[in-house]
Design a protein around this ligand. Structure first.
Ligand code: ZN
Length: 298
């Protein structure tokens, strides 16, 4: 077990211990959540070493959400995915001011977003750590997908857009990745980052049971302040912040399941509706947020 040695946002080494959270997806193991005394970044303390994290991903939920369409939850998931793909595409176009161009999708998983964009004329390259997911996305969609180490081979200023949909919180060295993203983006390029929001109203509501803690797979638990500071350290400026409205319902239902409550889906939807209304005028309290980052002008 390795402790959090230094904060990727401010470089500080002092963390205060907060509470324990459980891995509800794979192992049931418990992990401590801590907060950097320097900048306020929340982190999973004593996460597994990078070589050992693989076993915490050994769940079908990470690879599949396959094409089987049985069950109400699966059908809801597929509908939500379709809606989100369209929304993401519009966001990429608005952020870059382009109808087509070059995208690097970091953490491309099984390639659904990459394929959706490729079909609409974008030139897409995926970057994915999971061998099975990489093979799946090339075989099913014909997406060219690189292993993370191959990011170094991408040319400087070669991408109009780099997307990280719920990925940065999984990376051991998010600062190094932000540096690489900056390098491969064109001057007018945009980086789009989606993250769970540790300052969301549902994070406060569910506390240690908040499903988006997702320890130990989530190593960092960003707030709007801490992600913007990390981005600034690496030459970016945050241009826009948008809520991801559907995540609240999904995360709320999962959080009730984590607490062992029955009819978790129904409770999740009810709480989701309530918190959506509470959040109407407090966008920064959304369960997940999308940040559009531009390069700082020299
Ligand atoms: Zn810090």
């Amino acid at each position: 077990m390795a402790e959090v040695r230094s904060c990727p946002v401010c470089g500080g080494a002092d963390f205060s211990d907060l509470f324990a959270a459980r891995d509800h997806l794979v192992t049931g193991d418990s992990f401590r959540i801590a907060q950097c005394c320097g900048c306020g970044l929340f982190a999973t303390a004593y996460p597994p070493d990078e070589e050992d994290i693989g076993r915490y991903y050994q769940s079908d939920e990470y690879i599949s959400h396959s094409d089987k369409n049985d069950g109400l939850t699966e059908q809801f998931y597929h509908l939500a995915r379709k809606y989100m793909l369209g929304r993401k595409r519009r966001l990429v176009s608005r952020a870059t001011g382009k109808k087509t161009g070059t995208i690097i999708d970091i953490g491309s998983g099984t390639g659904y977003f990459a394929s959706f964009m490729q079909q609409r004329g974008w030139n897409v390259t995926g970057v994915e750590i999971n061998d099975r997911a990489r093979e799946f996305s090339s075989a099913k969609f014909g997406i060219s997908t690189l292993a993370p180490s191959a990011i170094n081979d991408l040319d400087d200023a070669s991408a109009d857009c780099v997307t990280l949909w719920h990925v940065l919180e999984h990376l051991y060295d998010p600062g190094k990745w932000m540096g690489e993203v900056h390098r491969i983006l064109t001057v007018e390029g945009r980086c789009i980052i989606a993250l769970p929001n540790i300052e969301s109203s549902d994070a406060q509501w569910f506390g240690e049971h908040w499903a988006a803690l997702d320890v130990p797979r989530h190593l960092w638990h960003f707030s709007p302040d801490t992600i913007m500071r990390l981005a600034e350290e690496h030459g970016f400026v945050c241009e826009a912040v948008r809520p991801l409205p559907l995540d609240l319902f999904y995360i709320s239902a999962l959080s009730y399941r984590n607490r062992g409550r029955r009819v978790a889906l129904l409770r999740g939807v009810a709480t989701g509706l309530f918190l959506s209304i509470v959040n109407l005028f407090r966008r920064n309290k959304a369960s997940s947020l999308i940040y559009v980052m531009a390069k700082q002008k020299p």
